[in-house]
Ligand binder design. Structure first.
Ligand code: SAM
Length: 274
């Protein structure tokens, strides 16, 4: 199968694929294991093609969104930081390719936004606007997307592009917890809230949203990468523990129902129970 140009194997599937690759290397050194090698290769092929396959078999994203993706993956954070253009020095192996939303996730968001005829949309962690512009394309007439991001370069890029294209998106610059508190005072109800920001703060974002009734009665909160490459299941690091605790806390919260989908590294959907 031909892969979409920037499709990536990430999250849990990347963990599975790299472990399979390691086993493959070990098996290659042994003679008489050709049948095991063949089976391993088939499994590896499956793990690395499921997501690209789904992207190609779902309604395709617009050429405009593809151009944002191309522009974003070409960015070199290290170079931009050294040139003084980025305020934040993104670490932990963060790259523009690893930070941008999965294409399949944007297709999924567009599907949801269209289905519930969302008008007021909030995105916590906007980056270069791949999901924000994607949701804006699918929102109901007269709708708007409010984004939040800590990095001025990303906010400027999205805000300028939105003005240029006459698309109703505004990204607010600052720390998500502070901006969310400000937005809470504006008394707006959001139909879709996409959380794609600091993993350790997911529960804090959720608490602000719920205690200020920021979600419309039929609205949805969509949380990205809640499985975090398996770290939440194994609780192997701080972010994994925080995300696992987050899902557990929601189970005990009678105001909402949730579903954690095993795609795109774990997409958690939250809706009001009533
Ligand atoms: C995974 S990226 C978001 C990807 C984006 N949703 C997309 O569609 O491509 C996370 C974003 O959160 C931003 N961020 C990190 N820490 C933040 C904070 N404390 N407050 C607000 N934004 C933050 C980063 O600058 C980055 O752009």
């Amino acid at each position: 199968m031909e892969r979409p140009r920037y499709s990536r194997v990430d999250g849990c599937l990347r963990t599975v694929s790299s472990q399979l690759e390691n086993i493959m290397e070990m098996v290659k050194l042994k003679t008489g294991c050709e049948d095991v090698q063949k089976k391993l290769q088939e499994t590896l092929d499956l793990a690395t093609t499921i997501e690209p396959y789904c992207v190609t078999k779902s309604t395709h994203l617009s050429p405009f969104l593809s151009s944002i993706l191309e522009h974003t993956v070409a960015m070199d954070f290290k170079q931009l930081y050294q040139a003084g253009k980025l305020e934040h020095n993104f670490k932990h192996g963060d790259s523009s390719q690893s930070m941008i939303s999965f294409s399949g996730q944007v297709q999924f968001l567009q599907f949801l936004v269209r289905k519930i005829k969302a008008k007021n949309i909030l995105e916590i962690g906007t980056f270069m606007g791949y999901a924000a512009f994607g949701m804006a394309e699918a929102m109901a007439p007269g709708g708007s997307v409010t984004g939040i991001d800590i990095e001025p370069l990303f906010c400027d890029f999205v805000n300028e592009l939105a003005v240029q294209k006459d698309i109703n998106i505004e990204v607010m610059n600052g720390d998500a917890l502070q901006i969310l508190k400000q937005l809470a005072e504006a008394d707006i109800k959001y139909d879709v809230i996409y959380i794609d920001c600091v993993k350790r703060d997911y529960y804090e974002y959720y608490k602000i949203i719920m205690s200020n009734e920021m979600l419309s009665s039929d609205g949805l909160i969509v949380c990205d990468r809640v499985i975090l490459g398996g770290a939440s299941i194994s609780r192997k690091n701080h972010d994994g523990v925080a995300l696992d605790n987050f899902s557990n806390r929601l189970l005990n919260d009678q105001r909402v129902t949730t579903v954690l989908l095993p795609c795109f590294d774990g997409t958690l959907l939250i809706q009001n129970r009533s």
